[in-house]
Design a protein around this ligand. Structure first.
Ligand code: ACO
Length: 334
């Protein structure tokens, strides 16, 4: 069974409740229909029930009657959620009136469902920008204990099976946090190790990437990566991690042996942590296009509950896969 199939099977075995806030969006409804039919997760769709069911009929979708459909503007939970929002945003002086207005927005309502324990995870973004999906999550769901930044990992399925574990590698952060500090970069490494275990299901060997290998260059940007590697080791002493390493030293054994002969990671890395979002986002797109790797993600990590953001160009299949991944993340957290 391939990895995505086994992720779906794992989701079937322990059904999680996934909320889809974009109930007006066609690909989302088609994906929900497949997920319900294949019993991958229990689905809540946000939107006006009549509109959702009419659209389902127009699209000949047979399974959406089995979904829970909630209209955030008329839901009986509004008062309870608004009170919770006021409590959680006391320091920002959020008023109840403003909280009730925010709840009209399904992207806020969904995060309150998660915060209140009424859903296990969320998938959105087929029709909304990354910032609009993430901001409510940052404000109300927040990060895991010990983690202050959310980041985004990609599973990279390389054609050349000699890289990573039989061609599977994990890259991060490629999606969220533009300019991490050394501490934040360490957190990204620790969070990516968890994603690698729970979703890629391989044991992480982490390379902290730079333009220098073991002191070959000196610069404050190199110092940041060296410090981040030290901090990550103190955060999780069991991590197999090394840095600073150049990309070739991280993944090519002959180069690793030459440039970092004492490293247990050099030449064998299956997880690449990039020093900032520019390098991570550019790298994953180049590897995807030039090396024809299959890239699955971004899988958001570090959040207290799994909330994943789709690309607006996503396919129905992308949404189904991300729902299954989100369900697996929710299970790993329980
Ligand atoms: N992790 C956790 N919390 C965060 C993070 C983070 N990475 N970034 C911001 N926050 C929190 C802040 O602390 C703040 O919390 P508070 O309101 O409780 O004080 C709240 O979120 C809002 O913070 P802002 O600084 O106002 O964040 P903003 O909403 O402007 O930006 C965003 C966040 C949208 C994620 C921004 O960092 C961004 O645009 N990142 C790049 C996303 C992107 O374009 N990626 C590339 C495309 S994706 C792809 O190619 C796959």
């Amino acid at each position: 069974m391939n990895l995505i199939e086994s992720i779906k099977q794992n989701a079937r075995n322990n059904r999680q409740r996934i909320v889809l806030p974009e109930g007006h969006e066609e690909r989302t409804l088609k994906a929900a229909d497949i997920v319900i039919q294949e019993k991958i997760a229990d689905i809540t769709i946000l939107g006006k029930k009549d509109d959702v069911l009419k659209k389902a009929k127009d699209l000949s979708l047979k399974n959406l009657e089995k979904a829970e459909i909630i209209d955030p503007q008329t839901s009986s939970m509004r008062e309870e959620y608004a009170n919770l929002m006021v409590e959680l945003r006391k320091s920002k002086r959020l008023t109840k009136d403003d909280a009730l207005k925010l709840l009209d927005n399904p992207l806020y309502y969904s995060t309150l469902m998660i915060k209140n324990g009424n859903a296990d995870g969320e998938v959105a973004g087929a029709d909304n920008a990354t910032g609009d999906v993430l901001r409510p999550a940052f404000q109300f769901v927040k990060t895991l204990p010990g983690i202050t930044v959310v980041s985004g990992a990609f599973l990279m399925f390389m054609r050349d099976k000699e890289f990573g574990d039989n061609g599977l590698m994990v890259f991060a952060d490629c999606a969220v946090h533009p300019d991490p500090t050394d501490k934040e970069l360490a957190e990204i490494a620790v969070a990516t190790a968890r994603t690698t275990r729970s979703i890629a299901r391989i044991e992480p060997r982490i390379a902290m990437l730079s333009f220098s290998t073991k002191g070959s260059a000196s610069h404050e940007l190199v110092d940041k990566v060296i410090k981040a590697t030290e901090i990550a080791k103190t955060m999780d002493p069991s991590l197999k991690i090394d840095g600073e390493l150049q990309a070739d030293a991280a993944i090519i054994s002959s180069v690793g042996l030459k440039k970092a002969p004492n490293s247990e990671i050099a030449g064998k890395a299956n997880v690449l942590i990039f020093p900032n979002l520019e390098s991570g986002n550019i790298a994953y797109k180049l590897v995807q296009r030039l090396a024809h790797a299959e890239a699955i993600g971004p899988i958001l990590q570090g959040m207290a509950a799994p909330i994943n953001d789709l690309s607006r160009g996503c396919s129905v299949n992308d949404i189904v896969e991300l729902i299954a991944i989100t369900a697996n993340q929710a299970m790993a957290k329980n």
